[in-house]
Design a protein around this ligand. Sequence first.
Ligand code: NAD
Length: 280
Amino acid sequence: MTAQILDGKALAQAMRLRLRSARQRLGPRPVRLVSVEVGQNPAADVYVRNQQRAAAEVGIEMEVSNLPLGTTEAMLVAAIQDLNRRPEVAGVIVQRPLPIGIDPRAVQSAIDPHKDVEGMHPANMGAILYREPLLPPCTAAAAQHLIVTTGMDLRGAETVVVGHSEIVGKPIAVLLLHHLSTVTVCHVGTRHLADHTRRADILVVAVGKAGLVHGDMIKPGACVVDVGINQGPDGKITGDVHFASAATVAGWLTPVPGGVGPVTVAMLLRNTLRAAGAEV
Ligand code: NAD
């Protein structure tokens, strides 16, 4: 079998078109997304440029605030509180990784939950337990959206999520549970990972280890969503799933790059418009 490729780029492009119309319906008032970064991080800079390009296409102004290295947690929190007070700022994102000594959870919690467009404030994280949150975590929402577009029946589907981080694995598991799929979460403590992955009708891998999941660990016809982003020594980006072997077994497969990543950015923009009051 040759897997159908779940084209995240095309899906994100279609989403941006819809988001652009929703933005226009909001009228001429500014809708601003502010990205806060401490120090220079080349990887984050690439990510920010992608976000800026996508935001411009939708009609969202994106402001980039670069705070110098040496910025303390208290200074960063004060900068966020200032953004919380500015009415034209619909959304605030904090680029990671943050320098050692700054607690990402404290920083995320300082963002007004109504402006937390990454959906990672404890209030928004908690809200996903109640089915349809206004601002869901973007990567989890992207993985869910990609799976739903296959049209497969999620009810009763065996779903395995590999990775149990707060920002990716756990929220994906919860969102897929809402579809009444039977969710197993695997992680660093899991024994015999392949015994679980081989049962999965839906397999989501979010670990950060290149090629962790090979084709022989996948059930024929399964929907495989690869969240991982790994940079090889040659600078090449690959996922957590060994693409060539997986493509001969899976029914659907997301590529890396061009799968979950672009849809995650589109979800960020959707959340920004929702935070600005758009129904989208
Ligand atoms: P993390 O380091 O916080 O979590 C890694 C998870 O993998 C943990 O739950 C750990 O238990 C599990 N794990 C580690 N080794 C394992 C093994 N051998 N078998 C099974 N489980 C194992 O990482 P994260 O922040 O959740 O990110 C995961 C990956 O997703 C990374 O590659 C990251 O770059 C990527 N990511 C992609 C997007 C996107 O938009 N595409 C967004 C966020 C993160």
